[in-house]
Write a protein that binds this ligand. Structure first.
Ligand code: KG4
Ligand code: ZN
Length: 349
């Protein structure tokens, strides 16, 4: 059973066809990075205009990849899944309206998808990951951690109370004139820096040990840069990148360690662009050893390939298939929701 997925919640315009919730038959993504770069971040108005500009050509590209005409799509797909929340309203609306047009012309059901649930689902593409597992989404827009019991059953335990992890990488990179988005630049520079050149604070939330905060870390890094710049203690940009990156990534590792310790769930699954960070992979390797030695648990760590970690329509189509199988479809009058309350913390159960 094939489902067409559409994702346009932020600055990636993406369409995909996925078979049986797992097999990615085609994935066409247009990233608007170069258009937003000069502004140092995503400009919402520009993002929605660019989605309008590119979405129809992406659909044509998708059709050519699966060697299908628009008319043949009636027999090729069973449903259309589209991101409806959370995200930039204007951007979400472009994808939703395109999806509605297709649903009506092809006479197919429409399935509204939650972008965060889709990130948690993305690891199930091309492989089967056993439930329950610990899921962590670290991207430019979100930092969330939870226990995933099923595609539709996620117990979110912690989230960032301010900036997302990727956002902190991007903001610091911008201040250091490294360009946008900054994650990969900082990652590359940090390889030549000394982590111990500075010690940045790692936030701990007294009320919830699974929460994150990146705003204070960002301020500490910039303060440090301003204090030592052009002094005899001058810090190289590589050293600042290495020390910041270590603190940012350890904030994730510490919480994961704690969660494995309290649940004994032997599987951690990543989603979001920050999952491609090289230091994260190194520290996860160390954590695996520690978990083995201290808890006797052989930990499995799953980091999907980058095109499935970042915003993409395959995860939307894949999750759409699960909903379709369970008979959950949306009303054609469904709207978008830029934020919602579901990502508040819940207790560990
Ligand atoms: O998942 P994604 O597309 O985020 C959202 O659209 O929300 O990932 C993009 C984010 C950016 O903040 C980018 O700086 C960060 O992922 N990123 C990285 C790396 N590569 C991308 N952060 C740290 N290290 C990397 N290697
Ligand atoms: Zn995302």
């Amino acid at each position: 059973m094939r489902v067409l997925g559409i994702e346009s919640s932020c600055d990636e315009c993406s369409l995909s066809v996925v078979e049986d919730g797992r097999k990615v038959l085609a994935l066409c993504t247009y990233s608007q990075l170069k258009e937003h770069r000069e502004f140092g971040g995503v400009v919402p108005e520009l993002a929605s205009r660019l989605h309008v500009q590119y979405i129809a050509s992406l659909y044509e590209l998708l059709l050519s990849e699966i060697e299908c005409t628009h008319e043949q799509m009636k027999d090729y797909i069973e449903a259309i899944a589209v991101t409806v929340s959370p995200g930039l309203s204007g951007s979400l609306l472009v994808g939703l309206h395109f999806a509605k047009g297709l649903a009506l012309t092809l006479s197919k059901p429409l399935i509204g998808i939650d972008h965060i649930h889709a990130h948690f689902y993305s690891s199930q593409l091309e492989q089967e990951i056993v439930y329950p597992h610990i899921g962590v989404v670290v991207s430019g827009g979100h930092t969330l951690l939870g226990v995933v019991h099923g595609y539709n059953d996620i117990n979110i335990l912690g989230h960032s109370i301010d900036d997302a992890c990727g956002e902190a990488f991007d903001k610091i990179a911008r201040e250091l004139d490294l360009g946008y988005p900054g994650g990969a630049h900082i990652d590359a520079l940090a390889q030549q820096g000394a982590i111990e050149s500075a010690q940045f604070p790692i936030y701990y939330d007294r009320d919830n040990p699974y929460n994150f905060s990146y705003s204070g870390l960002k301020t500490a890094v910039l303060h440090h840069r301003n204090k030592y710049w052009n002094t005899e203690y001058s810090q190289s940009i590589e050293n600042i990148a290495a020390s910041f990156q270590d603190a940012a990534i350890r904030m994730i590792i510490d919480r994961l360690y704690l969660l494995v310790k309290s649940t004994h769930i032997p599987r951690i699954v990543f989603g979001g662009g920050v999952a491609s960070n090289s230091h994260l992979r190194i520290l996860m390797g160390t954590m695996k050893q520690n978990v083995q030695e201290n808890m006797g648990i052989s930990l499995e760590v799953v980091i999907p390939p980058l095109d499935l970690c970042i915003d993409n329509a395959a995860m939307i189509a894949g999750l759409g298939f699960c909903y379709l199988q369970d008979g959950i479809i949306s009303d054609i009058n469904i709207g978008v929701q830029s934020r919602h309350e579901d990502y508040k913390n819940t207790s560990l159960s």
